[in-house]
Ligand binder design. Sequence first.
Ligand code: AMP
Ligand code: MG
Length: 415
Amino acid sequence: MSTVFDSGASAGVVHYQEAIEIIRDQAELLRRSQPAKEEVPLLDSLGRVLASPILADRDQPPFPRSTRDGYACIAADLVSRRPLRILGQLRAGETWQGPPVRSGEAIEIMTGAPVPDGADCVVMVEHTLLDGSHIRLAGDRTPHPGENIVLAGAEAKAGAVIVPAGTRLAPPQIAAAAACGYSRISVFQKPRVAVLATGDELVSIQDIPLTHQIRNSNSESLAAQIRLAGADPIVLPPARDHLGSIADSIRSVEGCGLLLLSGGVSMGKYDLVEQVLDSLGAKFFFTGAKIQPGRPVVFGHLPSLYFFGLPGNPVSTLVTFSLFVSPLLAALSGEAAGGPRFALARVAHEARCTSSVTRFLPAQVNDSIEGASVTIVPWQGSGDLASTASANAFAVLPDVDEALPAGSLISVLLL
Ligand code: AMP
Ligand code: MG
């Protein structure tokens, strides 16, 4: 894919909504060119993005299909309550070999069988009374022509697009493709995403850290989020908080459309990532967003790839990936839509908002048939993975100076 960057780059700390719009604009630019395609067996296409539309190979259904076990007959005959003579039986996988159904006749029919010519309805077996070789309508309902029959081509005409290109394939689309005879599927190649953690305190997860050291959990969580987004993570060895170390690592990135850095984007003396990116010719779209956690997030592009500088605090990394990286990655993947998924839920307790920052707090969403409720989990801030591990969503608190009373409807960012 050729790289398409917007020339109108601007830097600075932006409002959450502005950050979303900047990323949406870049995602639209990316969608002007398509990723390369490949063919995979049907089941391997699960979670991939469809590159060529799935077309109906014949009318769906291919014949007028009975949707019930019952009797194929003429609706007006049933209404008259007269007994109808049963001519025979028709199972799914058979076609009626006799003459068309006439007035006063019925054919016992199973779900999925083709409705014989002449019949204009299927009456459910539960709604009939059997008397030897005859049936008649039970109860006081009035059957209508067309009842329990799906006409040939009513679901889709031969040649119609059943699943458009750009769709991420889930079980319903796999089923539709299988029904149309696709044993192999054309999908877009997965984007490769480079992951580079920075920080002198980091040790690998196999190591026993000294008291002042930290295991590099961000490379793992980012790789997991990249995989869930249907892309391939390329995890680089962490860089030290040193200009040369970070620059060498970035220069080593090859064959990736996107680079995710973690750590080193705050205001500390050893937060060097922006400086290094600048020295390598980066253009910045924003260098912070008014969100919490995740304020120091950086988005821009180098001459040949996009990058995000994600804050090192592990919860900030998780949130900023969901909010900002996932929509860009969807576009890089060839997906027509994509990005974070939100839902509405009633907050179970009062929730204090903060003016000027949109907050994303680890939370537990409980679904029930009456609707979803959300409880914010107590936490120690954006380094608190222990609390976040018990969350299944982030509660979204708007940037207002007020407390939302218990029962208020709020957005939740689903994980
Ligand atoms: P930074 O953004 O570099 O200022 O780091 C902020 C906090 O996140 C510090 O407490 C770091 O130790 C922690 N941190 C940075 N990078 C990682 C990482 N890769 N894995 C886990 N924690 C990290
Ligand atoms: Mg650091």
